[in-house]
Every structure is written in structure tokens, then in C-alpha cells.
Design a protein around this ligand. Sequence first.
Ligand code: GTP
Length: 367
Amino acid sequence: MRETSLPSSERLEAILLVGGQGTRLRPLTLTTPKPLLPTAGVPFLAHQLAKARAHGVSRVVFATSYRASMFTDAFGDGSAFGLEIEYMTEDTPLGTGGAIRNAADALTCSSDAPVLVLNGDILSGHDISAQVDLHLSRGAAVTLHLTEVEDPSRFGCVPTAPDGRVTAFLEKTPNPVTNRINAGCYVFQRSVIDSIPAGEVVSVERETFPGLIEAGELVLGYADASYWLDVGTPAAFVQGSCDLVQGRLRSPALPGVTGESLLLDGAKVSPEAKVTGGTVVGARATVKAGASVRGSVLADDAVIESGAVVVDSVVGAGARVSSGAVLREVVVGDGALIGPGNELTSGVRVWPGVTLPECSVRFSSDV
Ligand code: GTP
């Protein structure tokens, strides 16, 4: 991967937004923040950090809030990842803009330097160096990565002029004017970050960007059509993990080769089981004979008994799916037990530690 055209005397710093509660991914995020969820064998953030490093980022400030200490435990001073990592924690969440402003106190760059800002829940194949170079060559205040989605009505949309200038930041609407949306990766001029009010709750999407546009500042769009996924929902999280395992998105952090499945240390899969579609089988997890697992994430120590079927689902650490149970698009929390014969579908979430007893349907003759 090539690096940016920044002079070698200037190192590129990044702020990583990782303080959200990840409510849409509960119960997985009750104990583990979304950016630390194991994704294709490593914490989700490891993919973003490896990519940022490959594009010349040398120092990263984590903007933490929810379960902040877990990030320090996972990434320490960053040396194991070839980076310098600092942590800035909000006692109460300050929103995306407030978090960026708070984290900026730990930056070392000058006020006219570019700073990369990343949402901590995005998988993207876009060229960060090209985004930074566009920002530098046009002297923009902020340059936003924009991606095109089929149904932009679920997102706010971001129209641009022919020269790339962002003309508005529009809220969700049933009739969006463009299918380009904010892809959650920004290059800010440091001085722009410093102008966000300190210690206040601020949203970059609702306040900072619209304010800059209104003030006539140059807010640029860097649009491309590379791989992009916001892993904020269970379905998207499973999709992202499978895409990494199957090589639809290449990550420098992926342990092992890509293919139909990724088996982590000590995973046991019976030769008479089927494990396909980019499934991850966690460390020491077991898939027994006759079971079928497709496009799913099995966390460490999970057990899938003989004849069970698991499709497009997450099975939490130490959870057990009994013989004959069928799961489709389901999240099973850590340590839960799905008894034999249960059939769960379409968005069902089983909370950690819950036991679903055996499901045996009996027909009475006098009904
Ligand atoms: P949901 O609760 O499921 O919407 O997820 P979320 O809390 O992660 O919110 P969202 O997806 O909107 O956040 C986008 C990114 O900003 C994520 O990487 C969050 O971790 C981060 N984020 C959101 N709010 C805050 C905040 O107040 N402080 C910090 N430090 N980060 C935040």
C-alpha cells in the first residue's frame, strides 16, 4: 500500500472514535465494546489499525468512553501493532464532535496538519492515502470519505458539486437526493478540530459539518466505490466477519489464510460437519458430526452439537446449541444454552446465560 504525500518530517496522526455503547449489537456489546468484538480472529479495531498503519499513520489517539479500560488492556501503548497509541476518555460521552475535540488534546501535530478521524465500526477498502492527498492538494477544511449505497433512505445523504465540494449534510429522508452517504472516515485540518467547543456534547454530523458548509469553508467529498460496511447491526457484523474470512475485503491483520472458514487455535470441527460461507470457529470451539454452520461467527469455546443448524448467526463464548436446534439470523449471548429442537429465526437475540429448554411439540388428541 502506498503512503500519503505528507513530507517525511511530518507524521500522520489519527483519532479513533470508540466510545459508543453499540446498543444495536446487544447483547454482544453488554460486556465487550463493539470495536473490540472478535472479528475474523482479532479485535475489530485491529483491522482498522493495520490499515491506518499501512497508509502511514504512526500515532493514534483513542477517543474512549464506554468500558474505556478494556481498550488499554487490548492495545496497550500500541507497540505490538507498530503504532504509538494514546487514550483520551470522556467521563460522559460527548458525541462524535465532542469526542474528537477532547481527543485532540493528545495530538502532537501543528494546527495546519491533517488529522485522520475514523469511526471505530467501519470496514472499508478505500484508499486512505488518496483521501489525504486530495485534502492536501485542495487545501480543504475537512475531506469526507463518501460511499454509495443502494438504499440511502436509511442514512443521511451528502450531495456534492461537480468539483467535489460538499453542498449539504442532509438528515434521513424517504426521498434522498443522492445515494452518496457519509462513510465515517474524515481528514480534518487540526485547526478545525480545535475550533469545536471543548467539554460539550457535539455531533459532527448534525452540527460541525453543516456549520462549516454554512460558513463557506471547503468541505470536500472523496467518493469511491470500494468495499464498505458499517458493522453496527448483528447482520452487518456477521457479514463483515465472513467477508474478511472469504477475502472479499483484504485485511493486513487477518490471521491465517482466507477461505470457506477460519478455525482458531484449538477449534475442533468433525470431518462429518459442514462449516462454510466464511464462518469463524473460535478458539477451542467445537462443531460436532452432522452439524451444519454457514456464514456465522462462533466465539471461543462455543459448542454446536450433532445435527444442529446455524446460519448467518453469532454464537457467543461458551454458548451451546443442542442437537436438532436450528438458528437463522440469531444472536446467542455468551454462555447461553439452546436446548434441543428449538428453531429461532430473523433477529432473535438470546441474552447471556439464558437457557432455552428442550422444545418438544406434542399434539393432544382432545384438541
Ligand atoms: P449504536 O448505539 O448501536 O448506534 O452504536 P454506537 O454507540 O457505536 O454509535 P454510532 O454507530 O453512531 O457511532 C459511530 C462511532 O462513533 C462509533 O465508532 C462509536 O464508538 C463512536 N461514538 C459515538 N458516540 C460517541 C461518543 O459520545 N464518544 C466517543 N468517544 N465515541 C462515540
